[in-house]
Unconditional design. Structure first.
Lengths: 179, 198
């Protein structure tokens, strides 16, 4: 049972959480701001848009604020940090033999269904994260640690949304015949 | 006193290296906690495995204690630290949409990057979807700019709102956090016994 073996090699959640907390603190201490991810992806995408349709970027206020005129959307700390996430995630998985082409899914659905749902879920996540001005990392984790009222309201909303809807989509994740 | 202006201290390239290292550690920890695996993440919402909430709450509690300790000791200038400005309703609306996206997609943006880096195909599809959503937002926000900039409360912290000293707020949050983790684990065991898989 390779999955069981994998699971046992994951770090204890409280230890992982404590290390993540220390990293988050060090980031605030060194740089004055927290961790992020969707903001970095956003900048990469706006950079692509700026290559393909610079006029459009310059005339859309939201995009122009990031990449209008001579502004370089990639000249920002979060872009480097997101590149680091990819490398760090890869190295961690590689050291533990978890870099493997596979599709993680509930036992009742096909890989194709899983990909479609991942794509749709991704759209909602990407859209919601920009609407909320940050994702689980930039808004939820970082904003909550510095006690932002909006970040706590956001974090509660993410979990509320998830728990409210989870029952309706249980077939995606749960084994058959189990609630 | 911290925080420092890295770009002035180290130059642009030096600062970039620091950010790259911070990201590396972030990605490494997420993957090590099992956050590259969508089943493990989604299990949170079915009370089968509470790793997500355990890691997140522990990280928030540890970071906020360290931040406010170092502020109290005069090492860190909290006023110079970025506190996400509050736009209450756009944040709540975005959060609810993300909650739905989390259940459907099995990831959040950060964890999907780690999943994609370890070649999980569902994570790669999620990243493609997120890219569509992000570009879609940039293209549509002008339709409802008013809402997106509404309920703006600026830099607004829980101690400001409750009119209590930060230490009291943190003590309360840590107590509530430990309570949530304890109760969550009891509920999970009541439902699923010793089964603890993602």
């Amino acid at each position: 049972m390779p999955r069981r073996r994998n699971k046992d090699r994951y770090w204890d959640p409280y230890i992982a959480g404590a290390l993540l907390g220390i990293l988050l603190f060090l980031t605030f201490f060194l740089t004055g701001h927290g961790l992020g991810s969707s903001g970095g992806v956003n900048r990469v995408l706006v950079a692509v848009e700026d290559l393909l349709a610079p006029r459009h970027v310059d005339t859309t206020p939201y995009l122009a604020a990031i990449a209008g005129g001579e502004r370089d959307p990639l000249d920002h700390w979060i872009v480097w940090q997101v590149a680091g996430i990819l490398v760090g995630g890869f190295v961690s998985g590689w050291l533990r033999g978890r870099v493997r082409v596979e599709t993680r899914r509930g036992p009742q659905i096909t890989p194709r269904t899983r990909w479609a749902m991942a794509f749709i879920g991704g759209i909602l996540m990407g859209y919601g994260a920009r609407l909320a001005r940050g994702c689980t990392s930039g808004q939820g984790l970082s904003g909550s640690a510095v006690l932002s009222v909006g970040s706590w309201a956001f974090l509660l909303s993410v979990f509320a949304g998830g728990y409210l809807i989870a029952w309706f989509f249980r077939r995606l994740w749960l084994p058959g015949g189990d609630g | 006193m911290a925080p420092w202006d890295l770009e002035t201290a180290l130059g642009g390239a030096g600062a970039s290296v620091i950010y790259l290292l911070i990201g590396f550690a972030f990605g490494f920890i997420l993957e090590s906690a099992g956050f590259g695996d969508s089943r493990r993440l989604a299990a949170q919402f079915y009370w089968r495995n509470l790793t997500v909430i355990k890691v997140m709450l522990t990280a928030i509690m540890v970071a906020m204690i360290l931040i406010f300790w170092s502020t109290a000791l005069g090492w860190l200038d909290y006023d110079a630290v970025w506190v996400n400005p509050t736009y209450l309703w756009p944040g709540i609306a975005g959060g609810l949409i993300m909650g739905v996206g989390f259940v459907l997609g099995g990831f959040c943006p950060g964890t999907s990057l780690v999943g994609a880096a370890t070649l999980k195909l569902d994570a790669i599809w999620f990243v493609v979807g997120a890219a569509v959503g992000i570009v879609g937002f940039g293209e549509t926000v002008s339709l409802y700019n008013e809402f997106w900039n509404s309920s703006y409360l600026g830099r607004f912290s829980l101690p400001d709102w409750l009119n209590l000293p930060p230490g009291v707020v943190i003590l309360a949050l840590v107590s509530i956090g430990i309570l949530i983790l304890g109760i969550g684990e009891i509920v999970r065991r009541r439902i699923h016994g010793d089964l603890d898989e993602g």
